[in-house]
Design a protein around this ligand. Sequence first.
Ligand SMILES: Nc1ncnc2c1ncn2[C@@H]1O[C@H](COP(=O)(O)OP(=O)(O)OP(=O)(O)O)[C@@H](O)[C@H]1O
Length: 316
Amino acid sequence: MTTTTSAAAPATATSTLDLAGVSRWYGNVVAVNDVSMSLGPGVTGLLGPNGAGKTTLLHMMAGFLAPSRGAVTLDGRPTWRNPAVYRRLGLVSEREAVHSFLTAYEFVLATAKLHKLPDPQAAARRAVAMVELEGAQDRRIGTYSKGMRQRARVAAALVHDPQVLLLDEPFNGMDPRQRLHMMELLHSLGDAGRTILFSSHILEEVEQVSGTVQVMVAGRLAASGDFRTIRRLMTNRPHVFAIRSTDDRALAVALMAEPSVSGVELGRDGLTVRAGDYGAFTRVLPKVALARGVRVRQLIPEDESLESVFSYLVEA
Ligand SMILES: Nc1ncnc2c1ncn2[C@@H]1O[C@H](COP(=O)(O)OP(=O)(O)OP(=O)(O)O)[C@@H](O)[C@H]1O
């Protein structure tokens, strides 16, 4: 397995990104609604379904977009229209064309020159090494896999050694090995004292990378803090299951007596069971079925979509 020791160089200073009552609307659409948060060194996940406002939020953080209301500040200074901030912050956008005729080294070097770095060649080499693309740095980006292209873009965002790195859906389209490599890189940057925020709509992805999470739904901050606490909130919510068994009626009667079950409906195609506690119900179901001599043929959680989890969190 590869290592990313070169990324572990400690940040020269740490930075804090603050959002105070930030909103952004496009005409009638409120993309971000009164969001406040503070991000310090380490890796934070920004979790939310498509359209939640993650990209809009990241663009405001990076100073690409003005908030309609509220303030985004980096160490107390507004990010909007503030070139001094851009030198301390890097953004890897979700959909960003990379010039496929350039090599990774040329691409990163061009970014180093845009930043007017004193030794752009050395900075480009360092950034390319950080994402471990040295072996392919002289090949045209057009010949790269999606994961390699993404790493080239991360190298460009890191070339000026920013204290803050924002990444929009960095794991999209990556295979498991590339994913692992990117996770290691983010960890190593976070451990070195940099402030890293990455967005994702996949719960497991955020869980693997970050202990701290900000959850966005429909433009609002739905939950924030320790991942395990939020995960518990998500799994402890009421669940609906569709069940088919060898004797639905007998199973329905038995389940009604269980404290973890709050409702049972007997239909032609099986049972619909409402459970107050996911864990307790899934533990008790096999025992109940076994005691009645009923075999469970199918157990399908009916509301497992991420959207339903998120809307539960917002309503909670
Ligand atoms: N330039 C724009 N003009 C009008 N509406 C926009 C614009 N950009 C975003 N929106 C709307 O704002 C809302 C939030 O979009 P945003 O792209 O920030 O969400 P997201 O969480 O990043 O979703 P995705 O992962 O799908 O990109 C959506 O309803 C979107 O349609």
